[in-house]
Design a protein around this ligand. Structure first.
Ligand code: AMP
Length: 282
């Protein structure tokens, strides 16, 4: 497994492979890896000859400086996990490598469509410009044939697909299923911050989503939403940001169940930790 820190070294390593027509996959991460990340690596290995995993805690996508500061960075552990998983290349650039003028912001923007400003975009202003900035830079550095993202960050996958369309990029975007703990909690690097009580309370998010998914055919939309929100609001230590049943492309709330790609999405603060989760309803 090669560990690379600069774009120049990465390009030098990948150029001969690209020339030889090896299929290259990219799995972008912010590290603090868990089984959810490893599932993306596994999916990538099935579809490509070379798997590049990037580990970069991207400052431009954080709206809360405290969140950035306390983001876990267990680098040695991450490298061992990727080595054991048979990953080929780990790309771990510095902030200056990816943003040469940092902390002066780069002003270019991508038109991600109106869904950029909904849900996560409403609670984390500028978040998806930060996400697409770094993913664009990673795509430029790696030139992958295919890139793997988790459905866990549902809106992120949508925004990246919109960016790929916007720039006419030739990269396939694959969305991979959410990996959960046995009790249903969606795996997340941020779960490490949950106290034992938070951990217990956080289960209400996946329970509310499961309720909606299992009753979607029987109950009407207002009832489903009311029940899910009540479950969450009645759980101590959990503060709901949003719970919505939306169209998977516009992210606008659906008005009837015939919508093409309905999805239930939730975000809430559990103790000091903000969590997101979702479930597809079709
Ligand atoms: P992150 O390191 O949190 O930026 O995540 C890197 C990638 O892993 C993103 O595409 C996430 O959507 C994906 N991911 C995070 N958690 C999970 C999970 N529980 N199941 C599947 N994919 C995940």
């Amino acid at each position: 497994m090669e560990i690379i820190h600069t774009v120049a070294a990465l390009k030098m390593l990948l150029a001969p492979l690209q020339k030889a027509d090896s299929k290259i996959a990219l799995v972008p991460t912010m590290g603090a890896l868990h089984k959810g990340h490893l599932s993306l690596i596994e999916m990538a290995q099935k579809q490509a000859q070379i798997v590049v995993c990037s580990i970069f805690v991207n400052p431009t996508q954080f709206t809360d400086p405290k969140d950035l500061e306390r983001y876990p960075r267990p680098l040695e552990h991450d490298i061992k996990m990727l080595y054991d998983a048979g990953c080929n290349v780990v790309f771990m650039p510095s902030v200056k490598e990816m943003y040469p003028s940092f902390p002066t912001p780069e002003h270019w923007q991508v038109d991600l469509g109106p869904a950029e400003f909904l849900l996560e975009g409403e609670f984390r202003k500028g978040h998806y410009q930060g996400v697409t900035q770094i993913v664009k830079k990673l795509f430029d550095a790696v030139q992958p044939d295919v890139a793997f993202f988790g459905q866990k960050d549902f809106q992120q996958v949508l925004m990246i697909k919109n960016m790929v369309k916007y720039f006419n990029m030739e990269v396939e975007i694959v969305s991979c299923p959410i990996i959960r703990e046995e009790d249903g909690l969606a795996m997340s690097s941020r779960n490490i911050h949950l106290s034992l009580t938070d951990r217990e309370n956080a289960l209400v998010l996946s329970k509310a989503l499961t309720y909606v998914a299992t009753h979607f055919d029987q109950e009407n939309l207002p009832t489903l939403l009311a029940k899910a929100k009540t479950m969450i609001n009645e759980t101590p230590g959990v503060v709901l940001d949003y719970f919505t049943i939306a169209d998977g492309e516009t992210l606008l709330p659906i008005e009837n169940k015939n919508a093409a790609h309905p999805v239930a999405l939730v975000a809430a603060k559990v103790g000091e930790t903000r969590l997101i989760d979702n479930v597809l309803l079709s």
